[in-house]
Design a protein around this ligand. Sequence first.
Ligand SMILES: Nc1nc2c(c(=O)[nH]1)N[C@H]1C(S)=C(S)[C@@H](COP(=O)(O)O)O[C@H]1N2
Ligand SMILES: [Mo]
Length: 421
Amino acid sequence: MVAEAPRESRHDEIEAIVEAKDGGVKPVRDEANKYTVVGAAERSTFANWLTPVEEHFVCHRNDIPDGDVDAWTVSLTGQVEATLSVSDIADEHPTVAVAHTMECAGNGRGQHDPETGSVQWGFEAAATAIWTGAPLGSILRDHGVESTEGKWLTAVGGDPADGDDVFARSIPLEKATDDCILAFEMNGETLPREHGYPIRLIVPGWYGVNNVKWVEELRVTDSMVGQGSLDRPGEHAYWQQEAYRIHPQETDPDPNETIETVDTWEQLEGAVDHPYTFDANVMSVIGSPDGESPVTPKADGTVDIRGVAWAGDDAVDRVELSTDRGDTWDDAELFGPDYAGAWRLFRYGWDAALGRHTLVSRATDELGRRQPATISAPDAWGEVLENDEFPWNEGGYAANAYEPNGVTVEVRSADDSTENE
Ligand SMILES: Nc1nc2c(c(=O)[nH]1)N[C@H]1C(S)=C(S)[C@@H](COP(=O)(O)O)O[C@H]1N2
Ligand SMILES: [Mo]
């Protein structure tokens, strides 16, 4: 990727967000200083189903639009034509809420060896919120969209571009009208500016980048966005056709007008060259214990392990837990809310021996796809999924290996901990 000059305002914006979120998030290393990024500050975010706004990561490249957002409009273009105010969207359609696990497609990038460029996320760029808004299916139907077959919806952000690249992302119209919404609230609060105020697209279960913040245009066409697709100056193709595609080192992915296979994992298995980061790959994170301080077993000798697991458009079928860094495995129990597009909680009663142990979790989705153990070497490509590896890729996208997410915990006896008090 082309290195661009760091921007002066970046640091201040990150500081302001960390302050507004009251310590629930922390900055993440971004060598080129190109993104506004903060991630969950504590592992305990992953011990709860609902992520408070304060602990929800933030990721964007451009400046947050300011000025007169009260006059904000969303233009419907392409095979539809209308201009909607935010109150048109809110008042003329049913209000719905959706649960969505947002994961940055770059989550896990910091686990690639050798390091890739850009933001060095560990596992902290994932969160689940309840988003309130109007169904896209209702909005588009009211403006004459009937058949979805083979069509795409391109959402364009109104954030002032960093350079010439317009923030434009395309999703199949089928998905858009199925469960996507234009959201104006997050966890029951007015959308915070950094999360897309006054209006953003929510694509349940799909990687963060598809969830365009500050939406100002929705375009219905027969193809994904490419260079020259939009009636505006600038580069239109970058965010869809170049960035956020999974490819080996020194490869320039070819743009596509359309693809038949949307599921990210199926694309990775060979259906599409240089897959697009659409729905999230199967993934899990242990939230508790957090490894920060020693744990003491309960009276029955066990320690409760808790975490979350998700799989994009697919349901999580199984979570396995290992307390010996992956040598032996046992099934954890799934519990709590079960909404499409959102993570599940899991728990495991660990019969804990004293000493230090490394806990890892691995999830399997309903199609039998299981998190791989590690990220491959950069020159390996193709068969790595079959070898329990996720392909190292130049952009560091969509990684879901379980080993790097392990947590090392010290188990002490109750006597030990009282002595220390
Ligand atoms: N307009 C616009 N939308 C955007 C972005 C952006 O830079 N501009 N960043 C995307 C990326 S990469 C992610 S991971 C999610 C993060 O959403 P959040 O900041 O609300 O967590 O927003 C997406 N939507
Ligand atoms: Mo992202």
